[in-house]
Write a protein that binds this ligand. Structure first.
Ligand SMILES: [Fe+2]
Length: 345
């Protein structure tokens, strides 16, 4: 496995790059905007194809690189389902997996530092964001933080894991890089409490100053959705209402989501399933999608969960000369809101 731990000096943030092999698919956790060039260089050196960029929560101390990495690498942005970001391509629920080639991260919902904090588990290690730090824990006094919820996430979820699980936090201010569950259980001063109330008393008496960048970082990190103006101006984007009205639903819908999302949320009846990750290959081969794109009689409508992947995919299809292709604004979320029909399996 390729595993890189990178550090932002300004905000003391750790970023993690994961891949199963040189030349394969990669995933990045908690990237920092100022270091996009560094990440892109690293990916190039290892010939990695970044397919997913994930944030553990909405950060208050730095600006996320999720949007910038999506625009450069065409990767999928991912957060937990409770995220208050306006748009991410995928939202993972508790106990779901975030998959790339050869690696599967499991999501654990760990609210407390914020109400949208998730921990990601990968085999022998966990990426805890600000929920559990080395010899510390994330503050609980803003962004819907809640010390009782944090206690529950720490004691009833993370500390239930095996002692030898490696802890990779979202920050460290003291030069540490990794710990273990056993070491934190024994030595972390915040965890030497006997009740949620005792923990809350400690957390509620910290009286910490707000992070310097909070007023700019939080709003910026909540508005990361892809700018779709170019597609709208080019006439290659349509709302669900327009699609239903103009085609009577009589077009070829292509679902770019992953199998798990289709099974979980259902799909548009009689659609074609080509996941976003398979798209490049599908466009380059003689398959139903590439044939229908060339058939001027067919209007091909690409859709996904919230409209991020379909916007990227339509741009790509147009780039290589396809014209009769439309991005469905808002994805399945919007489709469900207008009462579009849904098939299960
Ligand atoms: Fe945080």
């Amino acid at each position: 496995m390729i595993f890189q731990q990178l550090f932002d000096q300004t905000s003391s943030t750790f970023t993690y790059v994961l891949a199963s092999r040189v030349g394969g698919e990669a995933l990045i956790i908690d990237p920092v905007f100022e270091h996009v060039d560094l990440y892109v260089g690293l990916l190039e050196r290892l010939r990695l194809n970044l397919v997913k960029a994930v944030d553990t929560h909405i950060h208050a101390d730095h600006i996320t690189a999720l949007g910038a990495l999506r625009d450069i690498t065409k990767c999928i942005t991912v957060m937990g389902e409770r995220s208050s970001a306006d748009v991410v391509a995928m939202r993972a629920r508790e106990n779901e997996t975030i998959d790339i080639e050869g690696l599967s991260l499991q999501t654990i919902y760990t609210p407390g530092h914020t109400d949208d904090s998730y921990t990601f588990s990968l085999n022998d290690r966990i990426f805890t964001g600000d929920t559990l730090l080395i010899r510390g824990t994330g503050r609980t006094d803003f962004q819907h933080g809640d010390a009782h919820a944090a206690y529950d996430s720490l004691f009833n979820k993370l500390l239930k894991l095996d002692d030898n699980i490696l802890v990779y936090p979202g920050h460290d201010y003291n030069g540490n890089t990794v710990s273990t569950i056993g070491s934190e259980r024994a030595e972390n001063p915040r965890l030497q409490v006997s009740s949620a109330n005792e923990y809350a008393e400690i957390m509620n008496s910290l009286k910490l100053p707000n992070p310097k960048m909070m007023d700019t970082a939080v709003p910026a990190n909540r508005t990361i959705g892809k700018n779709q103006q170019r597609l709208i101006e080019a006439g290659c984007a349509a709302t669900t209402e327009e699609i239903l009205r103009e085609s009577g639903g009589n077009c070829l819908f292509v679902d770019l989501r992953e199998e798990g999302e289709r099974n979980r949320d259902g799909h548009i009846p009689n659609d074609l399933h080509v996941s976003y990750q398979q798209l490049e290959n599908a466009l380059a081969t003689d398959c139903r999608l590439s044939r229908e794109l060339k058939n001027e009689e067919t209007q091909v409508v690409l859709y996904c969960s919230f409209g991020e992947r379909s916007a990227l995919a339509v741009e790509r299809a147009m780039e290589i000369g396809n014209k009769n292709v439309t991005h469905m604004i808002g994805g399945m979320g919007a489709w469900m809101r207008v009462g579009g029909s849904i098939a299960q399996h």
